[in-house]
Design a protein around this ligand. Structure first.
Ligand SMILES: Nc1ncnc2c1ncn2[C@@H]1O[C@H](COP(=O)(O)OP(=O)(O)O)[C@@H](O)[C@H]1O
Ligand SMILES: [Mg+2]
Length: 565
């Protein structure tokens, strides 16, 4: 919470002005019943019309001050809250962009989405409302009670007797409702998760005619959110009626006491007005409790992310053999610490060489890439790039070596050229060469606008093969020392796949290449092929060696040969 509050500091002047103006407005409001009492009980009986008019004018002035004070103060508080939320959201977003992969896994993407959206909204509401009501409500409450004493101390005592009951009701209810808000926010995460799966998977849902199933699933999480929200609101909704009831009882007591003590009509009328103000003050305070309980829960969720340390430690590790561009030495790794996702991986690749990685889905191919680029750290063994343990190199430095096209990589909704350049300010020739080698040149020139063709969101206006070629072009364009293509030709026909590999070898001869594939034809000509099965290395060598030595590889080869070789 403290960290969130520091975001108000730059706008404290706006906030403080808001508080001052609100203070003046609220005080002006408090004086209205007092003037009313004075006019009715003391001035009207004298029959002095000028005095009545003058005091009436004074009441008008006080009303205007109260009204404009409220309007101006509300605007100031909204402005301060909006700006601090903007800053908070910005920092949260940039922190999320730098999180380590394991941290993202732990918080989960849907939860990050709702922290960026609904949680920052609750923080905004907390600040805006607390700035507005935080001044007004206590002034109306305390000032109202004091003013009642000024008008008539006996009536003041009646009122004061009601206050502890109302306070107790508000405090008890609010305390109970706070855990409900935390549950509500967790339910919000669930809903975002299902929503996100549905929107990203809309085609498969349609293809499998799973619309009904998904709608039911969505209804489930949506009901979950509704129920927790209802539980929280059900409790909080008790506050208003209960406070009103207690104060209404007090009101009856005021009239009775007023009659018994023969107080003036003006005094009773003034106290009744003050009563409404006091009630508003009470309810304002209970509202503050609501926004505070929501806001504090949200702030701690946001701070939970802001407090994560995205920096990867860089330490001293023994050097490996500098002769190799990439080397894995006895590497074992597990994502969740339960089962090994990689075990005993050993290989070394010379500079400019090509490594093919082949294996069934889930065998750990992409995991090898994740460790190579240090998205995760190995559990045992070591990964070397140019003879240096990846844990001993600054991650940003390390990743400069790579040009990567990830499996199912994303494209931005912007021009084709920008997708290839990706903000690196590359020369036109570099972009064109990359596009040509990735076999994208031809289809790009056939698009309307060519390189300026606008790629739609999620590249919905490109075919699967076109998307893959653009991601490969993006990987190539920076002329990387190490090129990684993770299943980047699965949507290409064999001829295009072969032409792409040939052109990349010719166009980027010095790059060390790592090609992950499911097809033997894509890795057949590599200098070294790593065969993975369920996280274990079951073969390493050239195509010819593996045909002889690795039964599984030979089997995959024969199975694929009939159709595609
Ligand atoms: N972020 C992750 N958290 C937990 N498990 C993961 C994660 N990514 C992949 N895995 C698991 O690790 C295994 C290997 O995955 P992966 O390397 O992506 O396989 P491949 O690329 O060969 O299809 C799979 O069982 C997969 O479920
Ligand atoms: Mg993969």
């Amino acid at each position: 919470m403290t960290k969130t509050l520091t975001y108000i500091r730059p706008y404290s002047a706006t906030a403080v002005w808001g508080i001052i103006v609100k203070f003046i407005g609220s005080i002006a409001e408090l004086f209205l019943p007092l003037l009313l009492d004075y006019i009715i009980d003391d001035v009207v009986p004298l029959g002095d019309m000028t005095a009545v008019l003058l005091l009436g004018l004074a009441m008008l002035v006080f009303s205007l001050v109260a009204m404009f004070g409220n309007i101006i103060a509300n605007r100031l508080s909204v402005r301060a809250a909006a700006r601090m939320t903007h800053d908070l959201r910005y920092d949260l977003f940039s922190r999320i962009s730098y999180l380590k992969s394991g941290q993202v896994d732990a918080v989960t993407v849907p939860s990050l989405v709702s922290r960026l959206t609904s949680d920052s909204y609750y923080v905004n509401q907390m600040v805006a409302r607390t700035l507005r009501l935080g001044v007004r409500a206590p002034i109306l409450l305390v000032g109202g009670i004091i003013m009642t004493f000024v008008v008539d101390w006996r009536l003041g005592l009646v009122l004061l007797a009601c206050v502890p009951f109302v306070t107790a009701a508000v405090v008890v209810i609010t305390q109970r409702s706070i855990p409900c808000y935390a549950a509500k926010q967790a339910a919000g995460d669930d809903m975002v998760r299902v929503m996100q799966e549905n929107i990203t998977g809309v085609r498969i849902i349609k293809a499998l005619a799973k619309g009904d199933y998904e709608t039911r699933r969505f209804k489930g999480v949506s009901d979950g959110l509704g129920n927790t929200d209802f539980a929280a609101k059900k409790l909080m909704s008790l506050t208003n009626p209960l406070a009103t009831l207690i104060l209404n009882l007090g009101l009856v007591a005021v009239i009775v006491v007023g009659a018994l003590c023969s107080c003036g009509a003006g005094s009773v009328l003034a106290v009744l007005t003050l009563f409404t103000m006091i009630l508003n003050g009470m309810l304002g305070i209970s509202k503050i409790f609501v926004v505070l309980s929501e806001g504090v829960a949200s702030a701690s969720r946001i701070e939970g992310v802001l407090d994560l340390d995205p920096a990867q430690s860089v330490g001293e590790y023994p050097r490996g053999d500098e002769g190799w561009a990439v080397q894995f030495k006895d590497v074992s790794f597990s994502y969740n610490g339960v089962e090994n996702n990689l075990q005993g991986i050993n290989f070394a690749l010379r500079r400019g060489g090509t490594l093919g990685i082949i294996g069934a889905t889930g065998s750990g191919k992409s995991t090898v890439i994740n460790l190579l680029m240090r998205f995760y750290d190995v559990d045992s063994g070591a990964v070397y790039v140019n003879g240096r343990d990846v844990r001993s190199v600054d991650p940003a430095e390390l990743r400069k070596n790579f040009g990567v096209a990830f499996q199912n990589d994303f494209l931005m909704a912007s021009a084709v050229r920008q997708n290839i350049d990706y903000g690196r300010g590359l020369a036109d020739e570099a972009v064109q060469k990359a596009a040509d080698c990735a076999q994208a040149g031809q289809f790009i020139s056939s698009l309307r606008g060519g390189m300026n063709y606008a790629v739609a969101q999620k590249a919905a206006n490109l075919s699967g093969g076109q998307k893959q070629r653009l991601t490969v072009a993006r990987a190539l364009a920076g002329d990387p020392a190490i090129l990684v293509l993770d299943d980047s030709s699965s949507a290409l026909d064999y001829a295009t796949d072969a032409a792409m590999r040939r052109d990349i070898s010719l166009g980027y001869p010095s790059a060390t290449k790592i090609i992950v594939a499911q097809r033997v034809s894509s890795v057949k000509s590599a200098d070294l092929i790593l065969v993975l099965d369920d996280g274990r290395q079951i073969g390493l060598g050239t195509h010819e060696q593996l045909l002889k030595e690795c039964g599984e590889y030979a089997m995959i080869y024969r199975a694929q040969m009939g159709e595609d070789i």
